[in-house]
Unconditional design. Sequence first.
Length: 414
Amino acid sequence: MLRIRDYRLLASGQLLSSLGDWFLLLAVPYYVLELTGSAMASGFSLAAGTVPALVLGPLAGALVDRWNRLRVMIAADLGRMVAVSLMLWVDSPDEVWLIYVALALESSLSQLFTPASAALLPQLVGRAGDLHSANSLNALIVGSIRLFGGPLGGVVYGGLGFMAVVAIDTFSYACSALCLSMVRYRPRTTAHRRTGARRGQVQVHQLVTEIRDGVAQIRHSPWLATLAAAGALFAIATSAVNVGLIPYMDRVLHASPQILGLLFGAFGAGFLLGVPLSRALARRFTDRTVLVGSLAALAVAFTATFNTPVIGWSAVLFLTIGAPMVCFTITSGTFVARHTPDAVLGRVSATNGFLQAAASLSGMLAGSLLSGALGVVTMMNLCCVAVALAAGTMLLMPRRRPPVPDDVPLKETA
């Protein structure tokens, strides 16, 4: 995949900007806590980035399908660079509100960048096997950042301070925009995009209609509808697990901070191992089989992990969680990109993102409430059931292969 110049630039930009984001993800809550002494204020810094996904997701998808996706991504990077730089002015508790504004603006622009990137990728690499390889490499980048970004961010924050972390993230967005500006690919102009979008006339009723078209594309496709339902259950379960993970490690495993780091490292290693596993499975089995199997394997891994309160075994079992998770993520993302017409791909990606965000928020809330009411182990076992239900939902997907739209070549030529 790295031999494809345009994809190499796209991946390089995303690597740099994502690494800066992970630095900031660790530093912001700590900095807010240091300034205010309030755990609630620190928690608000995490919530500030989740609300835009629920409010702007479908609208962003409609805009992405109307505009030049590459230009949208460059503009979003430059906008996020400016938004993040606002945090450089915060040095007292009275100015913490500016951090919330900066995070909300950054997340709002990310709602444009993410579906634009998902819709642009098939244009760069085609819809054949290279698409799965590209998504696999993207997952490898994400997994590597998860494994190393947090510790590196902690080192930078501890050694150089919050302003250095903000400066690095700002610079990473500038680098990403520069990489994207060097992409040679230019989309074919369609009649749809030559209408109001080109003249700057974006009417509300047109956008509403286009948002509905994206939702209808999912609802009327038994393949996409089944995948969306299973993905929502997957998001509910995994977000609830994330909420209960630290209490489980502290109250059940009685693990020290050093052990916690090792367990998270085991999960990250499993995530990375899942990338080549996903490619191997894709060559041997249908997408439906891989999706069902990865969810079923994740349900088993969750059940074994959260019912074996032994630190030694937990290190091994945490390794088994990451692989099926990334197999499901890569295969589902590739499936949507391969079997969705290009004209609505941005809207379908954004609608799926909206559903994932709503499901994740629901899972976080349910995980918090159920952990207190039933205990963390019982809550984790309910998450195992939810993942098993997601695997059962995937069995409802038709066995026959869905049609592949012919609006994007299976393999792009240089």
